[in-house]
Design a protein around this ligand. Structure first.
Ligand SMILES: C[S@@+](CC[C@H](N)C(=O)[O-])C[C@H]1O[C@@H](n2cnc3c(N)ncnc32)[C@H](O)[C@@H]1O
Length: 428
């Protein structure tokens, strides 16, 4: 039996998600049905057996959720949507014993109130279950057993049953977060966009809680992103424990092998904040990634961490000058530090180093000490290339939540680093 799935992801990552899903199907499904579908803004469709949905939950690093399509029909009113939801055989999937949450998202819908539409979908599902079983499920908006999503365009309504539960970027081991951590699935998608592959040196000089590094290390060690967490489908009648146990056992075997591995991953991180590095280390320990190398360094004084050139990736602080900090332009700090010293340097740095000066020195470091590397910088500041005095090779639009960003690529090729003057036209 085959199902239609829709996999939402951060906007800008649709193509890399589609490539990842095809790879998951070929590596983990042993020929079970999987057919790639359309890429649309914010997600990818595919058709496949139940095992394909489970494998996408367990192995996709880029997906936000895995949604199972239940119904699709044109609508004109809330009553049409109520009727569509009432007709569906929800009792096949869950009982009135499970708690429920309904979410509605809409693009250009003519309906006046999404809140009212949400209530109508919820009423229809509860009425349906009461009609067939005599009981209505309870609503729980914070930790529901079952989630239903309705997606409205100007003309059509699609109902989805969620198979993920908590969004998939929650890997289950990251407890210590910095002030502005990247979502894991955005970091994983960016890594794919950089073309990085395991074995190539990877360096994040402003690593914060270490999201890029952890995602890369899991790729290098072949650790499934969902090996440590529970999923929504575990609460559904169509759980198929046997298929799931087989998929999960293979993932846990790979994870145990990874823990035993002494491989030099060539994955390096640094940050000016000792506090952030303590958090990153705690996360890596929990995730079994202790082999990632971390140092406390001011990015303005950074040096290439490996003799071979590789990929540098970072999302620097932006807009909040408060976060661009450092003691002095070449101030390499000690390996682990006490935060009181950091705080001092941070207040001093606000006077010493406005953002533009910080980025000019960062650009100098890239030009002088990263020959042969490819640097990828995610920022919402379109003026970044000018500030770095570097000309980008590409810029890819991406969304960090609602914030529109660019992933700038700089090829630091010997003798031909493409420079740009500070007052060059800002990138579009
Ligand atoms: C937007 S956060 C990066 C978040 C990170 N990608 C994560 O997922 O946790 C920016 C980081 O830059 C660091 N930072 C600020 N100024 C720095 C400097 N001069 N040198 C190195 N790191 C710096 C901050 O401590 C912070 O951790």
């Amino acid at each position: 039996m085959s199902f239609d799935f829709f996999i939402p992801c951060p906007r800008g990552l649709e193509a890399v998600l589609a490539a990842e899903l095809a790879e998951i199907a070929s590596r983990h499904l042993n020929g079970a049905p999987f057919t790639a579908g359309a890429q649309v803004p914010g997600g990818v469709h595919f058709r496949g057996g139940w095992a394909a949905g489970l494998a996408a939950n367990l192995h996709s690093r880029i997906a936000s959720r895995v949604l199972l399509k239940i119904a699709h029909r044109p609508y004109r009113s809330e009553q049409d949507i109520y009727d569509l939801a009432l007709e569906q055989r929800w009792e096949q999937w869950f009982s009135a014993q499970e708690t429920l949450r309904v979410d509605v998202t809409a693009i250009k819908s003519p309906l006046r109130s999404l809140e009212f539409t949400t209530l109508r979908v919820k009423d229809a599902i509860c009425d349906r279950l009461r009609d067939v079983s005599g009981e209505r499920p309870n609503i729980d908006t914070s930790a529901p057993d079952v989630r239903v999503f309705a997606f409205l365009t100007a003309t059509d309504c699609t109902l989805y049953l969620d198979t993920s539960g908590e969004p998939l970027f929650k890997r289950g081991w990251r407890l210590d977060k910095g002030a502005a951590p990247l979502r894991e699935n955005l970091a994983a998608g960016i890594l794919r966009l950089t073309g990085w592959t395991a074995g190539t040196p990877l360096y994040d000089p402003m690593c914060g809680s270490g999201t890029f590094l952890a995602e890369a290390a899991q790729v290098a060690l072949n650790i499934a992103p969902g090996a440590e967490r529970r999923f929504g489908f575990e609460n559904l009648k169509q759980y198929d424990a046997k298929t799931w146990q087989a998929l999960k056992a293979a993932a846990l075997d790979a994870k145990h092998a990874a823990r035993a591995s002494r491989a030099d991953l060539q994955i390096f991180g640094s940050d000016i904040s000792g506090d952030m590095l303590v958090k990153a280390r705690a996360n890596f320990e929990r995730a079994g990634l202790a082999s990632v190398s971390l140092k406390q360094v001011d990015a303005r004084g950074m040096t290439a961490p490996s003799s071979e050139p590789g990929i540098l990736v970072a999302n620097p602080p932006y807009g909040e000058r408060i976060e661009v900090r450092g003691r002095n332009a070449r101030g390499e700090l000690r390996e682990t530090g006490r935060e009181s010293r950091d705080e001092d340097s941070f207040h001093r740095a606000q006077e010493e180093a406005p953002d533009s000066e910080f980025f000019k020195l960062l650009g100098d470091a890239l030009k002088q000490r990263f020959t042969g590397w490819h640097a990828f910088i995610l920022t919402s500041d379109r003026k970044l290339p000018g500030q770095l005095r570097l000309r980008e090779s590409t810029k890819t639009p991406l969304f960090n939540g609602a914030l529109e960003c660019r992933l700038f690529r700089f090829d630091l090729i010997a003798g031909s680093v493409r420079q740009r003057p500070a007052n060059d036209t800002p990138a579009a």
